[in-house]
Ligand binder design. Structure first.
Ligand SMILES: [Zn+2]
Length: 369
């Protein structure tokens, strides 16, 4: 089944559409993260209003709390959380790096220790796929084994080979149910390692391909260089997902390389800390500069925060510890990124992405490149 329609290529940047059991989303696409089956502070209607077309939820966290059985008996994640659009779930692989010592890994799978009650949860590659299917996800991720930046070459090689064996097992365990299964490229921090992993995972024939194990502290130039190496090996007719990036400049640079999908907690986390994303960079609403500023965050933004509320009011809400501030600025930041992805998409369709990017980077105060 053809799930990805590639609509235009401009340089290496791409515009397309991904079809899922819960409808289609356009690419390039930014996915907000709903770790606990909610995009923090926002009603699903607000998420939809922001222009976001697809969400990421964490199978690992949801399996621990509230548990797969409850979500299944509620009719699946879509019913449970009130979101009827596409959902991608991550497998828990990332938590092997982020949780470090509390997780153990061997060839049979990963053991997670619940941050909530210390309970141990064993997940094999087969279970990772089954768990995500039980949640009702539209896009499932293979269980992978990323490594931290700076890991020994022997550890990188072992984790990458394990990722490949697990990818094959995940593919075998995946029932063809209309759900999509994405493979994840690892390979550490060398071009050779990345190229080989991209070739191996591509040969297994997934519905989409993810670049994993980057944006973990390596220099930004290296991240871009390794992504370029990986993308060159990926099939043109499958969506490409870079796991974990969420600033304007990073997204534009990755779109230019031919990446289609992104996720990050950064935009909503920044919002709750009082930072709004704007075409000219970050705006701190806690800053004294905003105190008497009666303009909206962004006059061109159609979101509810920018239509009815001033920077001065939002600053006041943050100063007073009012929760409406979190909601309004989260809504704005998602709207901002969704609009930027849309504008990039239009530019690609019209063959003007590099001028669009140079203009956007100029406004952000970055050198175009
Ligand atoms: Zn806005």
């Amino acid at each position: 089944m053809s799930t990805f329609a590639l609509e235009a290529v401009d340089g290496t940047a791409r515009a397309g559409r991904v079809a899922t059991r819960h409808g289609m989303f356009r690419t390039p696409a930014f996915m907000p993260v709903g770790t606990h089956a909610t995009v923090k502070a926002l009603h699903p209607d607000e998420v939809r209003d922001s222009g976001v077309g697809v969400l990421l939820c964490n199978a690992y966290h949801l399996a621990l709390r509230p548990g797969l059985q409850l979500i299944e008996s509620a009719g699946g994640l879509h019913e449970f959380m009130g979101w009827d659009g596409p959902i991608l779930t991550d497998s828990g692989g990332y938590q092997l790096v982020s949780l470090g010592a509390v997780a153990a890994v061997d060839d049979e799978g990963a053991t997670f220790v619940s941050p909530y009650d210390g309970a141990r949860m064993r997940v094999s590659p087969e279970e990772a796929v089954r768990n995500q299917a039980r949640l009702g996800a539209d896009i499932l991720m293979c269980l992978d084994h990323p490594v931290a930046y700076g890991a020994e070459q022997s550890a990188v090689a072992a984790a990458t080979e394990r990722t490949h064996r697990w990818a094959e097992r995940c593919r075998t365990a995946h029932a063809d149910s209309g759900r999509l299964l994405f493979g994840i490229v690892q390979g550490g921090f060398t071009g050779e390692g990345r190229r080989e992993s991209a070739r191996t995972v591509t040969s297994l024939g997934f519905d989409g391909m993810a670049v994993g194990g980057l944006a973990v502290g390596e220099p930004p130039e290296l991240m871009l260089q390794l992504t370029e190496t990986v993308v060159a090996e990926l099939p043109a007719d499958r969506p490409r997902y870079f796991m974990g990036l969420g600033t304007d400049a990073e997204l534009l640079a990755m779109v230019a390389l031919g990446v289609d999908m992104f996720d990050s907690v950064v935009p909503t986390r920044l919002a709750r800390n009082g930072t709004a994303l704007t075409p000219s960079g970050h705006l701190s609403l806690r800053n004294a500069r905003s105190r008497d500023d009666l303009r909206p965050i962004d006059e061109a933004c159609p979101c509810a925060a920018c239509n009815g509320f001033s920077r001065a009011y939002l600053r006041h809400l943050f100063a007073a510890g009012e929760i409406l501030a979190h909601r309004l600025v989260s809504l704005h930041n998602l709207t901002h990124l969704a609009r930027m992805m849309d504008a990039a998409r239009v530019a690609i369709l019209e063959g003007g992405f590099s001028a669009f990017r140079a203009d956007a980077e100029g406004r952000l105060g970055l050198a175009a490149g």
